[in-house]
Design a protein around this ligand. Sequence first.
Ligand code: NAD
Length: 261
Amino acid sequence: GLKTQVALVTGSTSGIGQGVAESLASRGCNVILNGFGDPNAIKTIQNDIESKYNVEADFVDGDLSKQEEIQKLCQQIDELYPKGIDILVNNAGLQHVSPVEEFPVERWDLLIAVMLSAPFHLTRHFLPKMKTKGWGRIVNLASIHGIVASPNKAAYVSAKHGVLGLTKVVALEAATSGVTCNALCPGFVETEIFKKQIEARAQQEGCSYNEAKRLILQLVHPTMEPVGVDQVSEYVAFICSRAADQMTGSIMTMDGGWTAR
Ligand code: NAD
């Protein structure tokens, strides 16, 4: 279990991050949530986690595209947990789709800031206390787009490739300290975003939801199934367990066979 430990999961107000926060909490870990969303909805997530798993679930506000806000978030967490956190899950992310010639410059800056620079700033801040304690976990939620590319996703693919580099450097620097740093690369995960993409495709093709899902998956997932949020969350919990002490600098795929062909 992860009793008495503390995890910061960025972007945990929805999707994968929320699933990861729950799966860590279910193992007795206190969690710190972050991300955008309706304050009442966030409060509900916190209350649910606290009552279901008997752990602390704090929420720390902060737009991770802004360095000043990251600094404030770090300060707030230092006040909440002066001994530092044990687990950092860099999960917050967003997509923008556009050919590179027309890619809005501010969108490029935003995606790189949230998915590459924020993990750097947070690692930089939280790693020293993990090293002092002699144990820690940094898990970077990358993507299969950290390994392969798709057209029209210049910023996303670049940020995800970049965070794999950061993962390996941090793993080496922390290698003898008891702190590991790993990255997870999921293919299509069945979140709201994916469901919306299927609905849009169904409308575009004038076909059923299931047919649209098949059209999207047949291009990329040989298994013809998306990855479940619970499957990613369980994998993160495994990486955070003692059984994974010797896994560091690893780039792990969970992609329905995407990169096997
Ligand atoms: P999501 O949109 O459901 O969740 C993204 C989270 O990040 C939300 O909580 C959002 O509020 C937060 N966020 C976005 N911008 C932020 C900012 N500037 N500051 C703070 N928080 C911010 O998406 P998801 O599918 O759960 O994605 C989570 C991670 O998994 C992302 O890094 C994404 O790239 C990665 N991923 C997703 C898929 C997929 O198919 N859904 C596949 C591979 C990797």
